[in-house]
Design a protein around this ligand. Sequence first.
Ligand SMILES: NC(=O)c1ccc[n+]([C@@H]2O[C@H](COP(=O)([O-])OP(=O)(O)OC[C@H]3O[C@@H](n4cnc5c(N)ncnc54)[C@H](O)[C@@H]3O)[C@@H](O)[C@H]2O)c1
Length: 442
Amino acid sequence: MASSLLDNSPPSTPGKFKPDKAPPYLHHHHHRSLRLQSNISKLTFYSFLFLVLFFFFFLLSPPSSSSPRRQLSADLPGGRQWEKKVLKSTRPESAGFFTVLVTGAAGFVGTHVSIALKRRGDGVLGLDNFNHYYDVNLKHARRNVLDRAGIFVVEGDINDADLLRRLFDVVHFTHVMHLAAQAGVRYAMQNPKSYVHSNIAGFVNLLEVCKSANPQPAIVWASSSSVYGLNSKVPFSEKDRTDRPASLYAATKKAGEEIAHTYNHIHGLSITGLRFFTVYGPWGRPDMAYFFFTKDILKGKEISVFETADGRSVARDFTYIDDIVKGCLGALDTAKKSTGSGGKKKGPAQLRIYNLGNTSPVPMTKMVSILEKLLKVKAKKKAQPLPKNGDVEFTHANISLAQRELGYKPATGLESGLKKFVRWYVSYYGTTKKKNGSSSAL
Ligand SMILES: NC(=O)c1ccc[n+]([C@@H]2O[C@H](COP(=O)([O-])OP(=O)(O)OC[C@H]3O[C@@H](n4cnc5c(N)ncnc54)[C@H](O)[C@@H]3O)[C@@H](O)[C@H]2O)c1
């Protein structure tokens, strides 16, 4: 083909150029026509050359760093080794134990839940994208704790369908504990898309893979007390309205609850949503008030304590991490099997939603005075009106449903919980934040 083009012969596309049967006007302009033919041939030749070079470039160049295939191979050093690690991590102690995929495993709640599952004999695999929403070193330190407990954390995003499918090919997960999310209420003003990426698109992607998995796993996932939004009826009950979110974070969690309904209804996935109320404790999240108040009090920095328009302190139903873990395990233990197969529903499946709180809201001023006592430092407090960028004035959980159906019974009050947090904080950061004690036990 290349030589015929070099001969200036007509292009080979049939029926497009037939010089023998050319219309008469072409003969009048024979020389011009020949020049035209020659130009067309040249053009075709250079186009062809361009195409050849183009294909060579793409065939010979390595895939770009953003392609999922490359991400996968980076995550799979040697492939087989990776698979071995995955299988070892997910092996339950014996038959009857669960095999759980924990998303957001390097996060605060994810780390604690993963350890608790592993300790009781379940097989656990973590998944986390180690994003930089807060200090990523803390996530790596949590990963080290998980590693020592025999839990492998795969680095990847819940939006990566190839990776998720691959994980489900290698392991038959009985359950998915879905904790990966863009958390935080105020950050939504800065980076709204990250909420859509993780809490909506990522959740849908995960459910798509779960729906097609064979067998389908049962799913337990973290919603949030923030779905109650501007609700003022206390305590918040699962029956209360949740259609007035006060932040984009809350709106994406509420969307998650509706999305869960759809996948349960169409595909027979067993799904349980847990509305956590302000979780705190060792290895916590640096963007939460109790955490950065501790840091700032120790540094002698002023802290802003928010109050409502009528001068009352903002209050939170603080829930200690160990209680939340028990609630998560209770939800996994009582989750019924999904009913679908091959993506199709075979019968009605379980769909639940529970509050996991502590049932005793504490004013922020009280939380600060507990921290002052534990740290033995007087805080420089500044009362400020609650900014209208997503936070609500108070939260208060009614937990009778979780008590009845999950055996959930919070056992740690704020004072003893914060004592454990401060002990961890000081051992991890030191009081001057110089020491990095990533070896702290959980
Ligand atoms: N801590 C609380 O007070 C609280 C309250 C209500 C709800 N929740 C919910 O509980 C869950 C756990 O919260 P947390 O406090 O442990 O938060 P966290 O930020 O410490 O943990 C979430 C983890 O998910 C990972 N992640 C985020 N997006 C991801 C993605 N697209 N793919 C893979 N990994 C991703 C992050 O890197 C992080 O390690 C979240 O769903 C959160 O919204 C938490």
